[in-house]
Ligand binder design. Structure first.
Ligand code: PBG
Length: 320
């Protein structure tokens, strides 16, 4: 008889034959930084996650570094928004200020990454600028992304996360960076990013002003083949790393990406995935610690080389 149970008989044996392991260096912690606050402000739909002040950000970076995390991904929440998202390209805009603070605090301990998207900075909440008819204008948005990329690289960002889902964004930002001397700044293409209900709590976290949805630029959750198309385009345009997002509902897309990509593939366990686990655990319906570990192990097993997760620090602490 074939007896697979032989390899499951003790914790030591199971540990020895485990195919997937979590390591702090494979985890990236997303962090929110809010302009005009002097202390950290809790986000009600994401228990345990806060909007940092520039000051509390320092402590979060120091902790992430001491835990050995691979990196942090910064998101900015500006006090003032406008139609073109001016705060995104202002060298003293909140995200660029936060980047300088984070880089100074992190030293060589981890990779400081920034979200390159306009949605936190626009008064209409879209990831690009609008044309005269109120539609998201792809090519005009690329011009803003180019400037935003140069502003972020100038602030010291060590990896730009292109999450806007405009066509041509990787090539455009690459060209702008190369033209400004930032040939060594790598790009993370959010290649397969779906129009997902699981971004819900994030919209509270960044105080999004979006009315409507992002379905003309983010992908339809029904489409797997189209995910491959987006991944291939980003590879062709020169992305250094690819992302699949959200993670748990898109493990098939992630497995496709892992199979075809010559560059690293990451996945983002998004705010709604975090909130679901926290809410169920708070009700006593699931074992919180086990659910967190199982969820992130599953994402790695499906093919992610690294995972962006709001659980990153907690997971790293549990490995100690
Ligand atoms: C866009 C962006 C979003 C998220 C990360 N980058 C929101 C969106 O696309 O609507 C969501 C992340 C999360 O839900 O945790 N700047």
């Amino acid at each position: 008889m074939d007896r697979p149970r032989r390899l499951r008989q003790s914790p030591a044996m199971r540990r020895l034959v485990a195919e997937t392991r979590l390591h702090p260096a494979d985890l990236i912690l997303p962090l929110f930084v809010r302009e005009g606050t002097t202390e950290a402000i809790p986000i009600s739909s994401m228990p345990g996650v806060v909007q940092h002040s520039l000051d509390s950000l320092r402590g979060a970076i120091a902790e992430a570094a001491s835990l050995g995390l691979g990196g942090v991904m910064l998101f900015g929440i500006p006090e003032h928004k406008d139609a073109i998202g001016s705060g995104a390209t202002d060298p003293d805009g909140i995200l660029n200020m936060a980047t300088r603070v984070a880089v100074a605090e992190a030293g060589d301990a981890l990779v400081v990454q920034t979200d390159l998207c306009l949605d936190e900075f626009t008064d209409h909440g879209h990831c690009g600028v609008l044309d005269a008819n109120g539609r998201v204008d792809n090519d005009a948005s690329l011009l803003r992304y180019r400037d935003m990329g140069v502003a972020q690289a100038s602030a010291g960002s060590q990896l730009l996360g292109l999450s806007g889902m405009m066509d041509g964004q990787v090539a455009a930002v690459r060209d702008a960076l190369d033209g400004s001397g930032f040939t060594d700044t790598p790009l993370l293409g959010y290649s397969a990013k779906y129009a997902s209900a699981f971004y819900g709590p994030f919209r509270e976290a960044v105080q999004s002003s979006l009315v409507g949805d992002r379905r003309t630029y983010q992908q339809d959750p029904a489409n797997r083949r189209e995910g491959t198309r987006e991944l291939l385009i980003d590879i062709e345009e020169g992305a250094d790393i690819l992302m699949v997002k959200p993670a748990m509902s898109y493990l098939d897309v992630l497995a496709d990406a892992a199979a075809l990509s010559p560059v690293p593939v990451w996945a983002y366990q998004v705010s709604g995935e975090y909130a679901m686990i926290e809410a169920a655990a708070a009700n006593g319906w699931i074992d919180r610690t086990r659910a967190i570990e199982e969820s992130v192990v599953s994402i790695k097993r499906a093919g992610a080389d690294a995972v962006l997760t709001y659980f990153a620090a907690e997971l790293a602490r549990s490995f100690r």
